[in-house]
Design a protein around this ligand. Structure first.
Ligand SMILES: Nc1ncnc2c1ncn2[C@@H]1O[C@H](COP(=O)(O)OP(=O)(O)OP(=O)(O)O)[C@@H](O)[C@H]1O
Ligand SMILES: O=C(O)c1ccc[n+]([C@@H]2O[C@H](COP(=O)([O-])O)[C@@H](O)[C@H]2O)c1
Length: 214
């Protein structure tokens, strides 16, 4: 039985198949039993979401109703300050103890900007980074020094993620989904359909709540 607990942070405005499907594949590949979705309140480094925190959580609930792999942790919504991942991970580490393997899931685009995150060099002392592929983004980091840092921490075997509490980067070979929440919001504003980009239950919620309309 795996002890590795994975968290997947995001703005999720809205959640879509580009979030769900790569992570489902990752879970199968490395043996994750549970993935905790961690919606942020005040996302660092980007415009604020169009949907409220409560609406984004409601969309997560719609999306995972028939996906037992996932649950939701709303702790970042309780803070009105920016949702620094390092602070959330410190709180989780304090709760779960020094030996609990923790993974933080990101897409390739997030890996490329990781060196701009708050106290980014502390992240690997708190968790592993589990990276899903995303089409349209470079596979090499910006500078030779960053690329060296990546290679130095890269795990070669998923068992390393289960046996160490933190410290590795897993570059997962996940399927590519050319989907973004930005595109979904734009399509909704333009009155275009989004079928196949996100679960029907989330589309039904967006319709009911009148989200992403001008
Ligand atoms: N299509 C995708 N493939 C792989 N990873 C993704 C994809 N979309 C989002 N992610 C990852 O999911 C996490 C949360 O992303 P986020 O909620 O910002 O979605 P987004 O589609 O990038 O949103 P937006 O278009 O509003 O910026 C990030 O780590 C991001 O890299
Ligand atoms: O801690 C930071 O500085 C930081 C900077 C950018 C993003 N993050 C986190 O990374 C996750 C994905 O972010 P986003 O903006 O792509 O939804 C989400 O949990 C954010 O809170 C964290």
């Amino acid at each position: 039985m795996s002890k590795l607990h994975a968290l997947f942070g995001g703005t999720f405005d809205p959640i879509h198949y580009g979030h769900l499907r790569p992570v489902e594949a990752l879970a199968g590949q490395i043996g994750l039993k549970k993935v905790t979705l961690l919606p942020n309140n005040v996302p660092p480094h980007r415009p604020q979401p169009q949907a409220s925190a409560a609406q984004r959580v409601a969309m997560l609930q719609c999306a995972i109703a028939d996906r037992p792999l996932f649950d939701i942790d709303t702790r970042e919504l309780a803070r009105s300050t920016p949702s620094w991942t390092v602070a959330t991970l410190e709180a989780l580490r304090a709760e779960r103890g020094a030996q609990q393997p923790l993974g933080f899931i990101i897409g390739q685009d997030s890996l490329l900007t990781l060196h701009k995150w708050h106290r980014w060099q502390d992240l690997l002392s708190l968790c592993h980074l589990l990276v899903c592929k995303r089409p349209g983004y470079a596979t090499q980091l910006d500078t030779p020094a960053l690329q060296q840092w990546l290679v130095a921490h890269q795990a070669q075997d998923p068992q390393q993620l289960h046996h160490a509490p933190a410290g590795y980067i897993w570059l997962a070979d996940t399927p590519l989904f050319d989907i973004s929440a930005t595109e979904i919001r734009q399509r909704r504003h333009a009155g275009q359909p989004c079928t196949d980009l996100l679960p029907d239950a989330v589309i039904a919620y967006i319709d009911r709540a009148g989200l992403y309309r001008d």
